[in-house]
Ligand binder design. Structure first.
Ligand SMILES: [Fe+2]
Ligand SMILES: [Fe+2]
Length: 284
């Protein structure tokens, strides 16, 4: 039977994307309860050796500011807040999706990994600076916002080179418009569809869908904060690919993200320092 939408056609060809780890999904469900029992959480997480190893490596980076080196998950949990545990947990799953370069976007695995991590750090820093209650799925949305690029990278490979060409010849296009012209879909829609298939909550895939859409990004706090964090990280040039400056931002984004102008500069400085610390831990 012929698939009937562009998305179906794309996903029909993409069988190389591993599912989001069930271990992480279970741990995130436990973490919805602020009073989570760390022993129970540890039992769930240690089930996955790769996540556990990544978690311990990441958490010992100066970016997370722990007072001492930790060797076990339980030690780490007891020193981190719930929000930091969620962040590190999702970040620990990210690496498995970022092993190969994404050619058409001119991104190495390190670029996109740093971009995704920096977006997560920026979202957290903005929320902290502005004294915000963290939206439930902030780290999932911020860390996974560009995951659609990986799907498109696998789907089209050779075709993706045409993106650069199209943007060069038509500088008035946004990157999303160029993606539509060349691929028939864009990385935000594809990323949202992947997260939907992985059974993330609706507000997560909405935020990912919205992260370059000037009107959608204003519709929820999570979407606005994710889009703002992404835009700032792009401006900082972290993990910059061909699409870095090829987007527009709407008026009202700061208000929708509940962030003020005075929060921006300190958030940029802090995110830069943390991103450098992470880079030193992971890519030295
Ligand atoms: Fe993006
Ligand atoms: Fe991005």
């Amino acid at each position: 039977m012929r698939p009937d939408t562009v998305l179906d056609q794309i996903f029909e060809k993409v069988d190389r994307i591993p599912n989001f780890p069930e271990t992480a999904q279970r741990a995130l469900r436990l973490l919805q309860d602020e009073e989570v029992d760390f022993r129970e959480l540890e039992k769930v997480v240690r089930h996955d050796a790769a996540i556990t190893a990544n978690f311990l490596k990441l958490v010992n980076s100066a970016a997370f500011g722990l007072p001492r080196k930790v060797n076990t998950l339980l030690q780490a949990f007891s020193l981190l807040g719930i929000n930091q545990i969620k962040f590190v947990l999702i970040a620990s799953c990210l690496g498995q999706y970022l092993k190969e370069p994404i050619k058409g976007y001119n991104l190495s695995p390190q670029d996109i990994w740093m971009h995704s991590m920096a977006c997560g750090l920026m979202a957290e820093t903005l929320a902290h600076r502005a004294g915000l209650h963290r939206p439930e799925n902030l780290y999932t949305a911020a860390l996974l916002h560009d995951i659609g690029k990986i799907v498109l990278g696998l789907y089209v490979e050779g075709e993706l080179e045409k993106l650069e060409e199209t943007l060069e010849k038509n500088p008035e296009l946004t990157f999303m418009q160029a993606e539509w012209l060349v691929l028939g879909a864009d990385h935000a829609i594809v990323g949202a569809e992947l997260l939907r298939r992985w059974e993330f909550p609706r507000e997560v895939y909405f935020a990912v869908r919205a992260h370059h859409d000037e009107s959608l990004m204003l519709q929820t706090h999570l979407a606005a904060l994710t889009a703002l964090a992404n835009a700032l990280v792009n401006l900082m040039g972290i993990g910059a690919g061909v699409d870095t400056f090829a987007y527009h931002l709407p008026e009202g984004l700061l208000e929708a993200a509940k962030v003020t102008e005075k929060d921006l500069y300190p958030a940029i400085v802090e995110t830069f320092e943390k991103a450098e610390a992470l880079k030193a831990t992971l890519f030295a």
